[in-house]
Design a protein around this ligand. Structure first.
Ligand SMILES: NC(=O)c1ccc[n+]([C@@H]2O[C@H](COP(=O)([O-])OP(=O)(O)OC[C@H]3O[C@@H](n4cnc5c(N)ncnc54)[C@H](O)[C@@H]3O)[C@@H](O)[C@H]2O)c1
Length: 387
């Protein structure tokens, strides 16, 4: 059977069982889908490539989804692959990810590899008809990102890139306020990351700290999410003026950077990011419009001020722990994005954060590098890299 036919078959099974359940609610005569039949409903096979730090976030999410089964995992470090499979109940593990990709019972894969391997592994997966969910950033340069996007299109498989922070309750609430026009004209957007990474963080994994393998430092790896949120809400960036420095680490890439931005809509913005702060983890996104302001800190709304909100409510909203997202670390929204990716495959929908969308955030980061290296203002292509 063609790999792409299977998701459609499973979707039909899902829709049928949904219909039966709905009918049962309305019908006085009990029509039940027998548990035995439900258990036999075919699941999509899922594979995860790379069993490092982010791996458990994918594996846990996959395990919770009834439509998929974690079939196999892969890591070049044998122990990580074996332990990863054991811990999350995968049938198989491999040190060569191509063996995982060769399995006919795997339809979707998460790529949780170092940045320079995203393009190669995604293309290898697409060539074998697998739908790809790749960790951020899409790739380490434009050319590799384009090849990933083109190959996935050619092979008619989905490509989605992780940006789980867009799925946090606080970000969703902020985006909704923007969509409803509550800010009025946007005037200023600020994104800040103050992070602490000591030298051992870079020494532990060989791929970190190098342009050729990590593709950047604090901006690419730590500030990526907050920059993505800034761009998502404020819109395309017209130009960038930036500085960067490597201040407290023995690495090639930046550990500290600042940038000022002009958005296409005329608003201004700033980004600052460091891995050299004594503060463990702190991210802050400020969106200011002519009519209102909102601030998210560490995945929580800490300030929320719009006309018509009574003073007491403003305080209440600002301090409300929006959702149950822990306010530190990676957040807990991987399951939401992974669930959506599985639905995208089942329902043949284009992922919201597809290759092109993720590339826009990477282009902005690359423009910051380009400005910092050249000492010049860098103009993004028409549409702020959104072209
Ligand atoms: N979305 C987030 O919040 C978030 C958080 C952390 C990391 N990440 C991203 O996840 C990705 C991985 O980061 P990490 O922190 O887990 O890194 P990591 O170094 O902990 O894990 C990478 C794993 O890939 C394995 N690997 C390397 N080459 C391989 C190959 N050819 N085949 C199979 N396995 C191979 C390594 O042995 C390692 O176990 C990166 O893109 C990173 O930016 C995202």
């Amino acid at each position: 059977m063609a790999t792409n036919a299977r998701p459609k078959m499973i979707l039909s099974a899902c829709l049928l069982s949904k219909y039966l359940l709905k009918y049962r609610l309305k019908c006085p005569r009990k029509i039940t889908t027998s548990p035995a039949k439900e258990e036999r409903m075919p699941k999509l096979g899922y594979g995860i490539i790379g069993c490092g730090r982010i791996f458990p976030f994918h594996a846990r999410a996959v395990r919770k989804l009834p439509e998929v089964e974690l079939v196999a995992v892969s890591d070049i470090v044998e122990e990580r692959a074996r332990k990863g499979a054991q811990m999350f109940g995968a049938k198989a593990w491999y040190t060569d990810y191509r063996k995982l990709l060769d399995r006919k019972d795997i339809h979707l894969v998460s790529i949780c590899l170092p940045h320079h391997l995203h393009a190669k592994a995604s293309i290898d997966a697409a060539m074998r008809g697998k739908h790809v969910l790749c960790e951020k950033p899409i790739a380490i340069n434009e050319e590799e990102a384009r090849r990933m996007i083109d190959e996935c299109r050619r092979r008619k498989v989905k490509l989605a890139i992780i940006s789980q922070n867009r799925y946090n309750d606080a970000s969703q609430k902020l985006y909704k306020a923007f969509q409803e026009g509550r800010f009025g004209r946007l005037v200023l957007g600020c994104a800040d990351v103050k992070n602490h990474k000591d030298q051992s963080y870079y020494d532990r994994d060989e791929w970190r700290g190098r342009w050729a393998t990590e593709g950047g430092g604090s901006l690419t790896t730590q500030a990526y999410h907050i920059i993505d949120l800034l761009r998502w809400i404020m819109g395309p960036v017209r130009s960038v003026c930036a500085h960067m420095a490597t201040l407290t680490h023995d690495i090639e890439v930046e550990d500290t950077a600042t940038a000022t931005l002009e958005f296409e809509n005329g608003a201004l913005g700033e980004i600052s990011s460091t891995n050299s702060s004594p503060i463990g983890f702190s991210t802050r996104l400020e969106i200011h419009g002519e009519n209102g302001s909102a601030i998210i800190q560490d995945n929580r709304i800490v300030y929320w001020d719009f006309p018509g909100i009574p003073e007491a409510e403003k305080v209440l909203e600002a301090h409300l722990q929006i959702g149950s997202i822990p306010n530190r670390g990676y957040g807990e929204s991987h399951p939401r994005q992974i669930k959506e990716f599985v639905r995208d495959v089942l329902e043949d929908r284009e992922p919201l954060i597809n290759g092109e969308e993720a590339l826009k955030t990477s282009r902005l980061i690359w423009a910051i590098y380009s400005s910092a290296k050249s000492g010049r203002k860098v103009y993004l292509t028409k549409g702020g890299g959104d072209a």
